[in-house]
Design a protein around this ligand. Structure first.
Ligand SMILES: [Zn+2]
Ligand SMILES: [Zn+2]
Length: 263
């Protein structure tokens, strides 16, 4: 039997005080409020649970002026997922809002791209602009996991379970990976920061954090090709995600991406 999965977006924080000019590489002349949400994601099916990204901490939220509403492990608990029991965590990339709290998952192996680990431990981090969204502590945590034998490396495309695959997308970081998941409504792609908002991919106008614009733009095409339609591409930070999909009974901050959009 073909395995299909439940896919959840769990919103744990936000950056409300922000306008459109901060979200596009060429500033939008019609500047208007355009807040950003922070998510972790979860995939369940075939007897397995995958957590995608691990969020940031209260201390980091305070330092970076972000709002952390609920710690990611508490959000996961609301959906019935015990962080301490999770066996597979996919880290899309090591930016501060995606790769904190690795210690929350003491039994997990962490799936990363070769290119991302090379990126965050090499000469790219000599540049303040590239280093801006990174935290040395997160990278050190990842290196410790490496030496503990708990990193699973991937180089490009990799199927990690029937119907769950990772795909390297260039441009935003050194080795960002998106996650393609088979659901009852078709293949959904958790795009993470391959596109922050639906507006980025739909207008072809990237978010300003970019290491290679051409690769990022080509990444939009790859993400679209992997997904079974525009509503199957799930942006990494778009508050519209929470209004477009049905909420989980446990929390209005959790939505079901494997179900058809409601708006
Ligand atoms: Zn990022
Ligand atoms: Zn991000």
């Amino acid at each position: 039997m073909t395995t299909t999965y439940e896919v959840l977006a769990l919103r744990y924080g936000s950056h409300a005080d922000r306008t459109a000019r901060q979200n596009f590489i060429i500033a939008d002349p019609h500047d208007a409020p355009m807040p950003l949400d922070y998510f972790v994601w979860a995939i369940r099916g075939g007897g397995r649970t995958f957590v995608v990204d691990t969020g940031f901490s209260h201390a980091l939220a305070a330092r970076r002026g972000r709002k952390l509403d609920t710690m990611p492990d508490e959000m996961l608990a609301r959906a019935g997922i015990v962080a301490g029991e999770v066996e597979d965590v996919i880290v899309t990339h090591l930016h501060y809002d995606h790769a904190g709290n690795l210690g929350m998952f003491p039994k997990a192996r962490f799936h990363v791209q070769d290119a991302e680990m090379a990126f965050c431990t090499g000469r790219c981090m000599c540049h303040p602009y590239i280093k801006l969204p990174m935290e040395a502590d997160h990278v050190v945590d990842a290196v410790r996991l490496l030496y503990d034998g708990r990193l699973a490396f991937h180089d490009g495309d990799a199927e990690i379970a029937p119907g769950v695959s990772l795909h390297l997308i260039g441009g935003h970081a050194g080795g960002l990976q998106v996650v393609r998941v088979r659901t009852d409504r078709g293949y959904v792609v958790l795009a993470s920061d391959a596109t922050h908002f639906w507006a980025n991919i739909r207008t072809g106008m990237p978010f300003p954090l970019v290491v290679d614009v051409v690769k990022l733009l080509e990444g939009y095409r790859k993400v679209e090709a992997l997904a079974d339609g525009p509503d199957h591409v799930i942006p990494g930070h778009d508050p519209l995600v929470r209004t477009r999909f049905p909420s989980h009974p446990a929390s209005a901050e959790i939505v079901r991406l494997d179900l058809d959009p409601i708006a």
